[in-house]
Design a protein around this ligand. Sequence first.
Ligand SMILES: [Zn+2]
Length: 452
Amino acid sequence: MNTFLRQKGHRLTQSFWKNAIITPSILLLSLPSYSGEISVAPQQHSPIPVHVTPMLVSLGFDDNLDEDGLSWVLQLLKKNKNPDGADSFANASLKASFFMHCGPARGNEEILQKWRQANAEGHDIGNHTETHPDDKVNWNPLDSWMTADQWQQEIALCNELLMMPEAQGGVGIANVNGYRAPFLTYNDNTFAALSANNIQYDVSLPAGNTPEHDGTNNFWPHTLHNGSPEHDIGVNGGWKPPLSTYPNLWEIPLHTLIVPPDSEMDRYGLAYSLRDKISSRVPWFDAVSGKGDNFDWNLYFEPAWGAAGLNEHDVLAIYKYNLDLRLSGNKSPLVLGLHSGFYGYQNGAEHFGMPESTVESRRRVLEEFTAYALSKPAVRFVSHKQLVDWMEEPEPLTLCATSEWDAHKAYQKGDGVTYMGKQYQAAWWTMQQIPGLYENSPWSLLDACSPK
Ligand SMILES: [Zn+2]
């Protein structure tokens, strides 16, 4: 719950810090050396051909200190399954990542039990620091009050709780793989601490802000052996601190979400301009590119606090549109930033400060988005850890369609059907065209469930 300060800081820094001279800080810690190090540059294409690339959707939930919301999210993930296929993600219950705010959970058996349950159910348990600090002075992200040692403590203490055996009051996980920065605020000290604590990936840097990236051609996850071009935009703009290089760390881009343009409103079930609605509430929203924030906090909370105050239909339209953009493009993973607490009641009551949504309506957004995504045969919900592992060893998608072709249904590119005992996949939008009947048909025959 963070981004108000970040946004406010962003606004201030746009004007105030624009001309600040940036001195790269010097990395003082000596890093452990790994064997089998892998360097993957930011790329706008999948490591394998796009037609055999799964559409990976990866949900990341922060804080996780509210029992009701966390229980509900775990239930949602458990009761749904990835579409059919023969790849290792197919038919599995949905997996996600959970970034834990550790301090308040210490000694809270109810919450610790939920964290252990998440781990046991195959989710990825990540580090969101011990005390959730905001390392900015006067909202200036270039001015920090924390020392390198303090950052080291924040990461190490939380890791310790997560890896401590259950019998000693810990969560008992084997290894902490991932990290998200509270308030998305970090600097070189943060990243040095991640490396020193064997964290494998971060998901905190700005992404999708390169002007030519339009949702169909976003960067894939990459290692930080040579920095991040999207973070550099922030550095050059004076609103992000410079970072050293971190060859052992992966960055999972949490892209800006593109708000559907007015021409797409019908398709996503809205009778008004969503870009206009957000423009009227969020002064820094760019209605031309439509690039907006990713986190649920920014989507639902009060405009007076710097968020968009959206309703369930708005948010569902944004999620669906960004999935569809990726499916029509390079299939770069759809990574969403969420807070499990927003999907549950707080002491039986609604949350304060989300004017156009309720616990029930926000739950419907996740339920309906999940159902929509799972109707696409290429979609696989994976944890961030599974996403990184997939980048290191990409496995082709194998499809087996589950539903018979329906003459009355419109199909999008990538949709699969069975017809007369054979498997087909739509190469483009189609309706009322019988699979396998025409030359130049939109339907491609799938050979042994592998898309062609
Ligand atoms: Zn947080």
